[in-house]
Write a protein that binds this ligand. Sequence first.
Ligand SMILES: [Zn+2]
Length: 336
Amino acid sequence: MSEKERRDFCIECRKDTEYLLQKRDIVKNIRDKEYTFSITVAVCVECGEEMSIPGLVDKNVREIDEQYRAVEGLVSIEDIEKLMKIYKIGKAPLSLALGFGEVTIPRYLEGQVPSKEYSDVIRAALSSPAYIKQKLTENREKLTDAAYKKAMGAVTSLEGLFSVSEKMLGVIAYVFEKLEEVTPLMLQKLLYFTQGIHFALYGGPIFSEDCRAWVHGPVYHEVYDLFRDFKYNPIDDARFALLEGIADALTDDEKRSVELVVNTFGMYSGKVLELITHNEEPWKEARKGYGDSIPSNVLLSKERIMSYYEAVNQKYRIDTEKGLKTYINDMLDRAS
Ligand SMILES: [Zn+2]
């Protein structure tokens, strides 16, 4: 239904008339309980009667379903689809894993409304890898080996996601909120710059993890392990569904540091960012004595990152995007 062309045939007026969409409350009985739902109706502007408009009935069925689930605190179909995606599990195996009958989840996906009890089980599974792990273990024998192993693999990788510090997870979540495409190489650099800028602006680290001077620049290995499967491709991860809202744990100062980085460094590819870190003093010092492609695991200390970016801040005023862009351009000139 477009915004401007609201005309259709009115059976009272016996002609095409203009109509208005209005909200109306209706009372319905579901499972012996009375509910008030807000639905959308079309009203003829000439005679004031309700008109029947194609698509409106379907829209109201969806709206009532959503309102009913919200009032009862029941999961939505999208929630169930999310659960299947996160844990890489099909509808029938998920049903069995949760201790339901095999056809229960398939029916929910077709629109049947779950009971409160079953809905709570699904919600618990959505919010905790430990819970679904326990369920998978309990119902191990009902599942095929392949389905069990795949889902357990997903649980393990999720536990990994929550093994980094809360602040690190917040920064990662915020970066992915702000940038469309991020490769693992790019993410490593953005984390490093965020740490450096936060040190320079606020005198302390944004997250507790330490990075090491690997061949392609500073690397936070806990994060490297999380996303190594994506290689040189953008990270596209179903696990991120669980990160929703996690960036809210960051303070305004912390968010500002991330924003400064994504709005400047975030415009470049991982390879270009690598050129920048390769020309920075802390990385060059840590790599002293190692040839270009010789692996090393030398620590890049927080103290050194801080002193370096404090000096950069003195020279470039990196508390502004303009200052950061000047710094980036200078570093790229030096690299060419
Ligand atoms: Zn009419």
